[in-house]
Structure formats: structure tokens, C-alpha cells
Ligand binder design. Structure first.
Ligand SMILES: Cc1ncc(COP(=O)(O)O)c(C=O)c1O
Length: 430
């Protein structure tokens, strides 16, 4: 229905062909464009790419096969694809202060799988963050094939109220389990990790220190969070979307060990993937270029300031926040424990007013994943739209009202739409 409200005029030159050639697909795209324009996106892993990134994704590079690496391909006609991949590699290295970069992983999961293949033999042990304390599925959740191949042992927070990691327990576990890799990274943890302590523990037991910075890569690139490489980490994986604001994709970085970098390249291709998606790699190069601009630093700091402003509103309302607040772009709130609203009900109610976020397990959650105690939300997308602290606090107040009383839904819906339309989705970032 939404799509019917939209005319092709709304999309400028981006959609010359789909409306005429495939109206069915266009109707769904139009609906999604309208949903994004009129709603507020609070899923902390989402963002709005620039028009330049979108153009690269839609470019003729999608036609090209480029198996291999620049200068060493299995197909001809690589003059321009080589230029593009080299640009992406150089910019990625500069952005993260890395010695080596592989820009071919199709997504964050692929980047992690390839990194494991580069570092481990089947049966080897990896120390990873407890999934209920913020770790990601690809850090060894039993439902993944990775958990069948490798042995994942967990560490977590010592104190859920402050978010402090139990570094003593981590060191003891490392000495006992002798892992080949110690993995630090998360998709639902709002504090900064002590990279130095983790790297020291890994190196003491002869393990590789690996960080999965998918969620905070943009904050690291923008200088708003510490870079694990500055504390001795050996390898980093990340997505290129989320806070980094590039196309959906993956990236593997190696600090300085050339042998490890060679193993990573082999693990990505031919170990795991086939031909790289060159349109995606061009879009990555553009996004990395955007993140190298001084304005990206301002953006990254604003993401953190905005998240703190939202956290304060929830805290003032008496809502328990996991780790007591946030140092990054995301917030985890125990809405069931604090307001008696389950995570699923909170997600549904907020969806109704045009605020999109996700239900989330909280640490040691007594409830089930499909209807957990918590919600997870964050500020990367709102900040890209120009929201500052005051407006983020206003959004948090609207959320709080809707969670406290369903009667607030009607009024909140109008307020959300007004806020969204006052902040159009940007086409470019200075
Ligand atoms: C920490 C972390 N690693 C890896 C991934 C996987 O990324 P992708 O969805 O691109 O495969 C995610 C995605 O949410 C993540 O949060």
C-alpha cells in the first residue's frame, strides 16, 4: 500500500528502469524507501550510505569476474578492477593503521570464517565472548557450522551493572584451555574493551589476538574509540556497513605479520569464496575515502554523544541499562525487568510509531530469544541524518512514553514522522 503513495519522481535519476521494467519489484523498493524516509532507524547495525556508494553498487562492475588478487587474476580484463581493489586496500590500511588488508569478504560472517581458516586447524580452541554477554553468532554459537569445526570457550562480564569484563577469569581460562586465538568483539556490548589486557593474555599463551570490530569500526576509524592495533592486536575483522557507513560487506586487516596476511588472502580466496564482488569493492573504496575525511571524526564522536543522551533519558526514567550506560553507539535496556514490557512487545509497539529497533537478550536473560527481556538500539543512522543530542533525547522520551503506556502511541507516531521528515536521508557527506 505504501508504495502506491510514491511516484517515480521521488527517486531522481536512481530509478530510470525498474519502475518500467519490473513494477512489482519497484513497488517493494518504493515501500522500503518510504519506510526509511518516514521512520526513525535505531537498529545499531544500520546506517545510510552516500549516493556515491549507491552508484558504485549499481555500476557495471557487477558484470566482471576477478578471481584472485590485483596483478594475479584468473581472468583477463582487469586493468580497472585492479585499480579499484588497490585503492580500497590502501584506504583501508590508512583508516585502521594496518599493514595489510583484504577487502574481498562478502560480509562480516565471511570475514570471520576466513580469519578462522587462516588461524586455526579443525578442533582448535578459540576463546570468545559469551554470546549472552554480547558476542556474535559467528563467535561460535552452537547453531553455526563453525561450532562443529572449532572448539569455542567463553568469557564474559564480571559485573553486568558496569559491563566490566572478568579479565582475571579470561587469563585463567586462557592458561587452562591454551587457545590458538583469543577473539574480542561483540554485537551487543555498550562499553570499551581493555584491548591491552586481552592482547597481553593472548600473547602470554601464544595465541593470536583477534578483534571483531564490526559494530565499532566507524568509531575506531573516526577516533571515537580505541584501535585494537594500537594495543598489540594481530588481526581485525569487520563489516564495512554499520558505523563505518559503507556498503554491506566484510574486511580483514592484519597489523604487521606478512605471513599471517598471506594466510588470510588464501583463506578468503580460494579457501572460502569465489569471485570478489567488484561493485561492492568499489563502494568500499568510496566509503573508506569518506571515512578518511575530517568530518567523519565529528560524526563518530556525535554518534557516541547521542547514544549517551538517549541512555540518560532511560536511566532517569528508572530503566535498567546493561553495563549501566554506554561508551559507544548502542544501548541495551532491560525493558521487561524495568517496565514489565517484553522485548518483543517493545519492538512491536515502537514499530507501530515508526521507530525501528530490535528485541535482544540481555546478559543472563531468564527469557527466550524470540521474546527476551531487552531491546537494543543505537544512534549511527540518526546521527547520519543530522540528529544531535537534544533530538536524540527527544526520541528517547518518545520511546519511553510508548513503552510506559500504549495510549501514547497515537501522538508519538505523528511526532516521529515530523522528526523524520525534518531530517531527510543525506545524499552525500561533506
Ligand atoms: C560482531 C559482528 N560480527 C560479524 C557480523 C556478521 O556480519 P554480516 O551480517 O555482514 O555477515 C555481525 C553482524 O551483525 C556482527 O555484529
Amino acid at each position: 500500500m505504501l508504495a502506491l503513495l510514491y511516484s517515480t519522481d521521488n527517486f531522481g535519476t536512481m530509478y530510470d528502469f525498474i519502475p518500467k521494467e519490473d513494477p512489482e519489484v519497484f513497488a517493494a523498493i518504493a515501500g522500503e524507501e518510504q519506510r526509511q524516509a518516514e521512520g526513525l532507524e535505531l537498529i545499531p547495525s544500520e546506517n545510510y550510505v552516500s549516493g556515491a556508494v549507491k552508484e558504485a553498487m549499481a555500476s557495471s562492475l557487477t558484470n566482471k569476474y576477478s578471481e584472485g588478487y590485483p596483478g594475479k587474476r584468473y581472468y583477463g580484463g582487469q586493468e580497472f578492477t585492479d585499480q579499484i581493489e588497490r585503492l580500497a586496500i590502501e584506504r583501508a590500511k590508512q583508516l585502521f593503521n594496518a599493514g595489510f588488508a583484504n577487502v574481498q569478504p562478502l560480509g562480516g560472517a565471511n570475514a570471520n570464517i576466513a580469519a578462522y581458516f587462516a588461524l586455526l586447524e579443525p578442533g582448535d580452541t578459540v576463546l570468545g565472548m559469551d554470546l549472552s554477554h554480547g558476542g556474535h553468532l559467528t563467535h561460535g554459537h552452537p547453531v553455526t557450522y563453525l561450532a562443529k569445526l572449532f572448539r569455542f570457550v567463553r568469557y564474559g562480564m564480571k559485573d553486568i551493572e558496569t559491563g566490566e569484563i572478568d579479565y582475571d577469569a579470561l587469563a585463567e581460562t586462557a592458561r587452562r584451555e591454551k587457545p590458538k586465538a583469543v577473539l574480542a568483539g561483540f554485537s551487543a556490548y555498550p562499553r570499551q574493551l581493555d584491548w591491552q589486557k586481552i592482547a597481553d593474555i593472548a600473547h602470554e599463551v601464544g595465541a593470536v589476538a583477534m578483534a571483531d570490530v564490526a559494530h565499532i569500526a566507524g568509531l575506531i576509524a573516526g577516533g571515537a574509540q580505541r584501535n585494537p592495533f594500537d594495543y598489540g592486536f594481530d588481526l581485525m575483522t569487520t563489516t564495512t556497513h554499520k558505523t563505518l557507513r559503507g556498503p554491506r560487506g566484510g574486511l580483514i586487516l592484519v597489523r604487521g605479520d606478512e605471513d599471517l596476511a598471506k594466510k588470510v588472502d588464501k583463506a578468503v580466496f580460494p579457501g572460502l569464496q569465489g569471485g570478489p564482488h567488484m561493485h561492492q569493492i568499489a563502494a568500499k573504496a568510496i566509503a573508506f575515502g569518506e571515512a578518511l575525511r575530517p568530518s567523519f571524526k565529528t560524526y563518530a564522536q556525535q554518534v557516541v554523544d547521542n547514544a549517551r543522551a538517549m541512555a540518560d533519558v532511560f536511566k532517569e526514567g528508572g530503566v535498567r541499562l546493561i553495563a549501566g550506560g554506554t561508551d559507544n553507539h548502542l544501548i541495551l535496556a532491560d525493558v521487561f525487568g524495568s517496565l514489565g514490557v517484553t522485548g518483543a512487545e517493545a519492538e512491536r509497539r515502537l514499530d507501530e510509531v515508526g521507530i525501528t529497533l530490535n528485541k535482544n537478550m540481555i546478559a543472563d536473560d531468564p527469557r527466550k530469544p524470540m521474546d527476551p527481556s531487552g531491546i537494543r538500539f543505537g544512534t549511527p543512522a540518526l546521527t547520519s541524518r543530522g540528529f544531535k543530542k537534544e533530538e536524540c533525547a527527544q526520541v528517547a522520551s518518545l520511546m519511553f512514553q510508548v513503552l510506559k503506556t500504549p495510549a501514547a502511541i497515537g501522538e508519538a507516531r505523528g511526532a516521529v514522522r515530523t522528526l523524520a521528515l525534518a531530517h531527510p536521508i543525506p545524499e552525500s557527506y561533506e
